[in-house]
Write a protein that binds this ligand. Structure first.
Ligand code: ZN
Ligand code: ZN
Length: 406
């Protein structure tokens, strides 16, 4: 992996940093060398200021284990102010992930939930700004030894890190001569397919495969299929996720019926929920079971009223580079691109026409689900079929044998 090229891709195609921008980079101390290259690329692109928000997964783990209960559910005011300060500027937010999937593995799930919910509530305005693209933002990943040995068990940490770098490079299309141009080509494909789906204006999608998924989902009127690059409120293109292979929209929050069976384990706060299924009625998951960690699945569903309903439908063809690698990354940024998926919880209002400036209540009336959570889970297989049904009942095969038909 050419790390300088990766840093440049992140800054130029990911966050699309332009002269005069302020950059806020979140990074773990494990990846300080790459973070410094990103900072350098950002200044080269004309950033006037770069703030690095350093974290250290070792200290974060200690905090979850040892910090007093009173601080766990009290997200600090100064951090809310930090985001208010930078949200008001021409800021580009860059996040360099370097997961340790087991970091919170033995922390008390109640404390994790308390912290996550208090964070979501405190940063609500920032999240709203983010999902409505008030500013540009982008996420990429870099290995930590803990993450790498989880993905490649049996390897030495050094070898595992090397292998994970290679997998990330392949997934992020960094090996191309000119990765920025490669991403432009990748984005043209997304736009071609999402245009077809948007013109069809489907009323519902019917899913079926041999694992037992047999499911119909209604799409709200005015839904928009998105994929690849997005535009900020000023019309500047950026790539929120590197990699990305999905084309997605939102379901109507009352419109899911039938059974969905997981096709990959779901990694959630250090635990793996395996071989699970959910049955939906009028949008709500009314029954569920899992062979492993069913209680974690239950805690997701019971988090808040919206976490039993769906917030995302995403299509990923079975020949995406990430699917072909056949690696479980234990990180949604990668794993969601290995398979068609759904998400429990919050929907992105940008997937519905005319939602700018609407309140949560108004959004819910239009069928947009709301929740403190957004949890992707994979249901795609190489025999999955998806049929789109139009308002007049006309059917169109969107997916056959796990692949787009167009
Ligand atoms: Zn997704
Ligand atoms: Zn998602």
């Amino acid at each position: 992996m050419d790390k300088k090229k990766y840093a440049e891709l992140f800054v130029k195609a990911g966050g699309r940093v332009e002269p005069g921008d302020t950059v806020v980079l979140a990074a773990d101390v494990h990846n300080a060398p790459l973070a410094r290259m990103i900072v350098e690329s950002a200044y080269e692109a004309g950033a006037i200021d770069v703030l690095v928000r350093w974290s250290d997964s070792v200290c974060t783990k200690m905090w979850f284990d040892k910090a007093d209960d009173s601080v766990i559910g009290a997200f600090p005011d100064w951090q809310i102010k930090l985001f208010e300060h930078y949200d008001a500027k021409k800021t580009v937010y860059l996040t360099l992930l370097s997961e340790d999937p087991d970091m919170l593995g033995d922390a008390d799930p109640d404390r994790i939930r308390k912290w996550m919910n208090s964070r979501s509530k405190a940063l609500k305005q920032h999240s709203t700004n983010l999902i409505s693209n008030k500013f540009r933002w982008s996420i990429i990943a870099a290995p930590s030894p803990e993450w790498a040995v989880k993905v490649f068990p049996g390897e030495s940490p050094e070898e595992a890190v090397e292998k994970l770098w290679n997998a990330i490079a392949e997934a992020a299309r960094v090996n191309a001569n000119d990765p920025v141009a490669e991403w432009e080509r990748h984005n043209r494909n997304f736009k071609k397919r999402s245009k077809v789906l948007n013109e069809k204006k489907f009323k519902s999608l019917k899913y079926k495969n041999s694992l037992g998924t047999d499911f119909i989902v209604e799409l709200p009127k005015g839904h928009i299929w998105l994929g690849g690059s997005e535009k900020d409120v000023n019309g500047i293109t950026f790539n929120p996720n590197i990699p990305t292979e999905e084309i997605f929209t939102l379901p109507h929050r009352f419109g899911a019926n039938g059974r969905v069976v997981s096709s990959m384990p779901l990694a959630y706060n250090g635990k793996l929920i395996e071989n699970f299924e959910l049955t939906f009625k009028d949008g709500e998951a009314v029954s569920f079971k899992a062979e492993k960690n069913q209680d974690i699945l239950e805690s997701i569903l019971d988090n808040d009223p919206g976490s039993r309903r769906l917030g995302e439908i995403a299509l990923v063809p079975a020949d995406s580079p990430i699917t072909r690698m056949g690696i479980l990354f234990y990180e949604t940024l990668f794993d969601e691109n290995a398979s068609c998926h759904l998400a429990l919880g919050k929907a992105y209002p940008s997937c519905l026409d005319g939602t700018q400036g609407l309140s949560e209540e108004e959004l819910e009336k239009l069928g947009v689900n709301n929740s403190l959570l957004h949890v992707d889970f994979m249901i795609g297989t190489d025999d999955l079929s998806i049929i789109g049904v139009s308002e007049d009942g006309t059917e169109f095969t969107v997916f056959k044998d796990g692949m787009f038909t167009f």
